[in-house]
Structures are given as C-alpha cells and as structure tokens.
Design a protein. Structure first.
Length: 373
C-alpha cells in the first residue's frame, strides 16, 4: 500500500483504504478501481491523496476506532455544528454520547496503535480534525491513567476545541501564507470565541471549556491568546495542544502535503519543552506506530522489509517481512523477522514516498525483464 497524490492518480489503481466523506459515508471504498470520473470526484471533494494497493505491502491495518463509530460521531458532530450555526444552540448530551462511543471503541482496542496517516477532504478538515484530536487525546489520557469520568471530560473538550472557528471566515482556514495582520488577528480569536460559547453550558466543565481557550498556548509562554506558561495551562489543554498539532502535521492541506507519522513524531519531540509539555508528548507518542503497518524500512543488513505488525510494548521494533536485497532485487523467498527479538538488526530509516516509488519501479522493471526473458 502506498500513498498517491491527486496529480499522480491514474485509472486502474486500486483503493487500499476507504476514503470517508464528512457525512460519515465513504466517497470510495476499499478495493475500488480508480476511474477518470472517480479521480475528478476526489478532486472536487478536495481530497489530496489516497492509499492504493501496490502488490507487496497490502496488509490489513487494525483500526483504533471502527468506521461505523467514526460515521456515527461524524454525523452527530456535523448536525450539532449546523444546529449551532443556525440556532446558536447545540445538544451537549448528544456530544457526550459521541464521546462515550469513542471511549468504548478505544478501550476495546486498547493494544492498537495509531497506524497510518488519515485521508480526508480539505473541505471536511475541521470536522474530522476535531474527531481525531478527541481520539488522540483520549488515548493519551489513558496512557496517563485517567479514569473514565476524566476521559469523558477531556474527550468532550477536545471534540469541541475548535468550535470558535465556526465564527471565522472559512477562506482563512485553508491559507497558511499571505494572511494580513488583520486576518491573522481574526483567526487567532477563535480560542476565546470558542471558550465564550462553551462556558455558557453547565454540562461542560470549566477545564473542558478551557481546552478551546488554551489549546494554542505554549509551555514557554509564547502561544496565544494570553501567552500562558506551562503551570497556567490546564492539563486537558496541554494534551489537546499535542494532539491538535500532530493531526495538523500529518494532514494534507491546500498549501502543503501532510508529513508521515514518523516525521510527525520527530516534529513533536523537537518542539517539546518549547511548545509542548514533554511528558505529555511522550504519553502521546506511546500510542503511535512510529513505523506503521505497510511501511517500508531499510535495515542495517541492507535488506528492505515491509512492516506487518506493531507491538504497543515495543513500538520501535516491529514485526517485518524481508522482501528485497540492497539492490532492490526481490528475494526468492521472503522471510519474517521479529525485530524485537533481533537486537543485531537495526532500522536505518523508513523509506519516504519517493524512495518507496523508486524501489517499486525497480521491482516492476525487473519483473518485466524476467517475463520477457
């Protein structure tokens, strides 16, 4: 499985991972062959990339939260946001039920790591971003030994952390450069707007409401809107800040492509102690598959391997299938290697998209030569 961007999509490619729409319904389901009309449809919906099957790393990836639960939560959140936009009111009870669904699914899949970069539409970013931040934060809370009541409080605050953006000009959300000082000031008002919305609901606790207010603060005091320092920022908001940043880093945007999960982890660690609470960053990363299932790795032996399984207890030493030698020749017989039990074999690096494509092209060329021969 590999990620292909819209400009590189071609008819005949097979969808490896279902692409979900904002209404919780699939735009394209797994195993669907791409056609010219489907590619146009994805472009119209603002989908920047999809995962396609590549023939040798098409491995089933376990989900932290099922597609059915994501669909239900997505539909409820969208309806609640639409109701608020039209009537300035929303059903907090319905939001709590959505958070309870997420918590139940996460608890049922407690050993599953966050495996892969999400695929979403630019147009759906705000809604699906809010759900992802809630999921990531709940998982982090579990790693910090939160009880179920605290998880509910944290999850509710995170699901609604960006509610202030519904009062901001949508055209500002898809731009990272070229904002005037006035436009930047408008955008930076969304935490206070969100807090002023949430604090009027008695069913939402003060710490949960402060997630909206403080998720852009930094532990070094250089965040916004109030330049708070670490001890002044509620813990829920410190968790949300990490989850919010990570989801933003790995997501496609109109102005840039998303980074890989591995790259996202590197960025979080680099920003520890300046932007984020370092202990929370480590609790968050403990739930990330640094080398996701299906990713290609260069090993210290020179061989190339594909990740087939990851272990939460040893996320840096996955189970792999060794598939090619150092010259990108496919091995006559692949073999399984548990890196957790092979201390002498190290991971040199994860192949990026261009490196992986070179490998696949080389393998395909050699297969064609063999067929002709």
């Amino acid at each position: 499985m590999r990620r292909v961007y819209i400009e590189d999509m071609a008819p005949g490619m097979i969808i490896a991972r279902t692409v979900m729409g904002v209404d919780g319904r699939p735009l394209l389901t797994q195993n669907t062959p791409l056609t010219a009309s489907y590619i146009l449809r994805l472009r119209a919906y603002g989908v920047a990339s999809v995962y396609i099957k590549d023939g040798f790393s098409d491995i089933e990836i376990p989900e932290v939260v099922s597609a059915q639960i994501l669909s239900a939560v997505s539909q409820q959140l969208r309806q609640s946001m639409e109701n608020f936009a039209s009537r300035r009111n929303f059903d907090v009870g319905a939001m709590k039920k959505s958070v309870a669904l997420l918590i139940d699914d996460i608890l049922a899949n407690r050993q599953v790591l966050i495996q892969i970069d999400d695929i979403r539409s630019y147009n759906d970013y705000l809604l699906l971003h809010s759900i992802n931040v809630a999921i990531f934060s709940i998982m982090t809370g579990l790693s910090m030994d939160y009880n179920e009541s605290s998880l509910m409080d944290l999850g509710l605050g995170c699901l609604l952390h960006d509610i202030g953006l519904i009062s901001i000009d949508p055209s500002l959300l898809n731009r990272s450069e070229g904002l005037s000082d006035n436009e930047r000031q408008q955008l930076n008002q969304h935490p206070e707007i969100g807090f002023n919305i949430l604090r009027h609901y008695r069913e939402i606790s003060t710490p949960a409401a402060h997630v909206a207010y403080q998720h852009h603060e930094r532990v070094d005091g250089l965040g916004y809107p109030r330049q708070l320092t670490k001890r002044q920022i509620v813990e829920y908001a410190r968790i949300a800040a990490v989850a919010d940043a990570f989801d933003d880093i790995v997501s496609d945007h109109p102005y840039r492509r998303g980074y890989s999960v591995t790259e996202g982890v590197t960025v979080l660690r680099r920003l520890s102690r300046s932007h984020f609470d370092g202990e929370i960053v480590e609790a968050f990363i403990s739930n990330i598959a640094v080398y996701p299932v299906g990713s290609l790795l260069k090993l210290s032996t020179g061989n190339i391997a594909v990740v087939t399984s990851v272990n939460k207890s040893n996320q840096y030493r996955p189970l792999v299938q060794v598939i090619a030698d150092a010259k990108a020749f496919l091995l006559e017989s692949n073999y399984e290697l548990d890196l957790a039990k092979s201390p002498n074999v190290q991971i040199v690096h994860r192949l990026n998209d261009s490196e992986a494509q070179v490998l696949k092209d080389s393998i395909a060329a050699r297969r064609n030569q063999s067929a002709v021969g």
